[in-house]
Unconditional design. Sequence first.
Length: 175
Amino acid sequence: MSEITEAEKASVDIVRRRYLYHRAGGDLLEGTVILLLVSPILALSGFYDPPFRIKAESSVELVLDDGEEILCGRIDVLVLQEQLWVMVLESKKTTLSVWAAVPQALAYMMANPNPNQPVFGMVTNGDDILFVKVTQTNTPHYDFSRVFAPFASARELYAVLQILKRIGELICAAS
């Protein structure tokens, strides 16, 4: 992957600083995560510019019973060019792991209208970011990235920007 520029790093630093400031006040709802983290990173990655188009999908209610309590949350979905699915997970009471959204993410991605092309997903609860890739030639396969934690270091968010830019390049090359 190509390196990101110093200007991009400075922009990412601002995004991270804002997120950390607001996160220090407690858990954030998905709308706030979208405003503070997801939208700025997608903008820096070029996903709000041609040839990409955005559409919102309906939210999905998520309920998990962990044996001690029932965790409820929602997944809001944003689709870019039918090939990048961005899922933002919000939880009530307790922060749900990004892994809780993976089955729903895979279901959305498997319904891709272009099964001959790989589909990419980004799942986040704000604190963690996970990338998913699905290919469907013959037998469907999926792969996961490691979990990126923007809380831990700015380098984590730099890597997320690099990955998103690379996904954008792959999608443009396939079009």
